[in-house]
Design a binder for this molecule. Sequence first.
Ligand code: PHE
Length: 438
Amino acid sequence: SEPSKLQILGSTYAADNWTNVTPTILDKTGRNLLHQPAHPLAILKELIFKEFPTFAHYDAITPDVSTYNNFDSLGFAQDHIGRSRSDTYYINENMLLRTHTSAHQLQLLKAGKKGDRSLLDHARNGSAAPMNERFLVAADVYRRDEIDASHYPVFHQMEGVCTFSRAEIQKIKAAASSPNSSTSSAAQVSDTTVISSENPKQPEHTDEEVAFLVEDMKQTMNNMVVQILTKAVAAKRTAGNADNTQTEFPVRWIDATFPFTSPSWEMEVLFQGEWLEICGCGIMKQKILSDAGMTDRVGWAFGFGLERLAMLLFGVPDIRLFWSTDPRFTDQFAPGQINTFKSFSRHPPCPKDVSFWLPQGGEFHENDLMDLIRDIAGDLAEGVKLVDEFTHPKTGKSSRCYRINYCSMDRNVTHEEINEIQERVRGQMVQRLGITLR
Ligand code: PHE
């Protein structure tokens, strides 16, 4: 039985039949990792904020947002997969835990119009531009997901939004092409951007405007990534890590699709021999700007995950470590510094298998199993993997076997304690998922 009222950071919500947030997840909403100055994620956030001195910086907007702001305002179709209850944590039918920082685009673009200062007051710097025209949002975001070393149901994103008035673009372009200007403000991006029918420009935009915005976006993102990776390499060299000598960071732009940008790309950067997916980005849909009352403005946006980059910069091997309160983790970092994490001893893992028949005629969602395990085992569950699957040829019944790897980051676990947890997991699977144990 679900509680009928939910408390999230001082707000009270009525639960309904959409509610699927769990106590384990609600606990995370109060952890505020981005506000602990010596936490790697907060250090990375500050590094990025510094690269954008003319943008307003937001990092204290709570994660309870309306379904409208998270999806509808951004043009997500009614049947978009991201809206499903197996992917998203719903507070109730109308409210959810934001799945991305883009949830605040419309809200922040609108702020400052109609005298609404409620969100603007969260902005941390007095940037040169009005705070709703250029901004960064760093925040915790929530997605139902599998359990392994690189996935966690809570992670962090940084959104960047940059808008220009059309007159401003003309002025910048005129200045750049005048004979006595020495530097062009448009980026010198080496590749030619192909805007194709699969990744089209919007009819509201001229070719010139799109070209300007794309160049500006790519240059801005390039600079940010190069600055940060250069700092990371320098820090590692100072720490005596001589195998880190990379000085150039080639990037590539892969065509992508988002409901709220067109054209859209994923930015990837070559770091230590691997193409790393950094972020999604693109030219903002004009409808969002006009819904915000900015009919004369155009803009670009990006959104990227902080964990992947932080794991690389700080050498953190497991995403769960960011949530550790063990001083052997937290004491290794200091504000403004990129220290390389020295792992403490890995404790022996304790794998347990569970085999069961899927509910006949009923539904089974893997993410329901993941949340059930998280609820009972917390961060002791290091990974959950499907290891066997078959359908009985005669009865048509389907069987699955999952291996739950239990492992603590800071101590040895006993078989007794894990057996007890595993028994509870098995019992709850029967009760809550309608499966039959084998
Ligand atoms: N919100 C997108 C995501 O979470 C990323 C994105 C942001 C893409 C802004 C384009 C523009 O995947």
